[in-house]
Ligand binder design. Structure first.
Ligand code: SAM
Ligand code: SF4
Length: 330
């Protein structure tokens, strides 16, 4: 029998139990993806404002005591932070954490995959928006497709599967590639996830409707819905092949009612919804003011009390999300 967590569970005002926390370890990134980072870049936070590794490990410990069993490290690009593998080494033994995962742009995955797995990371998501070098460059502004593909090949060679691939669909740029993506990875134990872009400050772009993505895929493959919800993802089997397909529909409200996650920004603010919220609690300030973990628990509960029932953005992008994804931690 699994022992119950030593602190009470985190439950929001609408009765949703929080078990999954995304922790941004940096707002810095070596890519400049058009949907995530403003063209001029962002003013990165001074290092002194960011959570230290000691603070991240302390916070993870208290969250796990409150029943959080999954932490995703994200950013910015988590792997650009110095000694990132050491952070993974320190987090993986935290009692109660079953899943320690990360989202990466894959730029150095070929080199870092083995050390990460040895350090105790359980799973990976790799972002890859196009299979064509020129488009990949257009979307990431600076990234090199070859490096990301080498990273994915390394995961396959290591047998570090299943993994997930994140593909943000951008109308007029890569929305004709959905079928190619599925074909390319069809025989790998992975999930290719097509993500609706979230309109962070971007004008003039429109959502790529799922029916269009699906139609592209079904020109080549047959999809069959898989039972069981996986957060905001609807999942499909690719009939006769190993890969799965996921649809991540952040804009439609369908999944808000089952939302079990919150975010911690790189400066330690508790962000309870991707959409803008004015009242973020600074867990960093609490940790720097006291060594008392009961105070940290109280601050987490105070922040969770502000988690909204759903975000206020519609599928046309009305009610835009505030800020930039690179700052929040996707
Ligand atoms: N740098 C890492 C990466 O790119 O995988 C981790 C951070 S990134 C912010 C996390 C995920 O958010 C990526 O898969 C990225 O494609 C996604 N993302 C960024 N901006 C987005 C947006 N405006 N809409 C939807 N997804 C977005
Ligand atoms: Fe960087 Fe990831 Fe944002 Fe691209 S999506 S700019 S890789 S943080």
């Amino acid at each position: 029998m699994v022992p119950s967590p030593p602190r009470g569970p985190i439950v929001d005002p609408f009765g949703r139990r929080i078990r999954y926390v995304r922790v941004s370890v940096t707002d810095r990134c070596n890519f400049r993806c058009v949907y995530c980072m403003p063209a001029a870049g962002i003013d990165v936070r001074p290092r002194a404002e960011m959570l230290t590794y000691d603070e991240i490990v302390r916070l993870a410990g208290v969250l796990a005591e409150m029943g959080v069993d999954k932490i995703r490290l994200t950013g910015g690009e988590p792997t650009v932070r110095r000694d990132f593998v050491k952070l993974v080494e320190r987090l993986s033994p935290v009692p109660g954490l079953r899943t320690l995962t990360m989202t990466t742009n894959g730029w150095n995955l070929a080199e870092i995959a083995r050390p990460l797995r040895d350090a105790g990371m359980t799973r990976l998501n790799v972002s890859i928006d196009s299979l064509r070098p020129d488009r990949f460059r257009t979307l990431s502004r600076v990234g090199e497709l070859g490096a990301v593909l080498r990273g994915i090949d390394t995961l396959v060679d290591m047998g570090w599967t299943p993994f997930k691939l994140n593909v943000v669909m951008v109308q007029g740029v890569n929305d004709d590639e959905a079928g190619e993506f599925v074909s390319r990875f069809a025989d790998v134990d992975c999930e290719v996830r097509f993500i609706e872009w979230i309109p962070f400050g971007v004008e003039g772009w429109r959502l790529v409707p799922w029916r269009d993505v699906r139609a592209r895929i079904e020109e080549r493959h047959r999809l069959e819905p898989l039972d069981g919800a996986d957060g905001p993802a609807a999942r499909f089997a690719v009939v006769g092949r190993r890969a799965r397909v996921g649809r991540i529909a952040a804009l439609s409200h369908q999944f808000c009612s089952a939302c079990d996650r919150v975010r911690v920004t790189s400066d330690g603010s508790l962000k309870t919804c991707l959409a803008y919220e004015p009242r973020m609690v600074s867990l960093r300030d609490v940790m720097r003011a006291t060594h008392d973990d009961d105070a940290l628990e109280a601050a987490i509960r105070a922040g969770i009390a502000h988690k909204p029932l759903s975000h206020a953005c519609d599928e046309e992008g009305e009610g835009r999300f505030e800020g930039a994804m690179v700052r929040i931690g996707g």
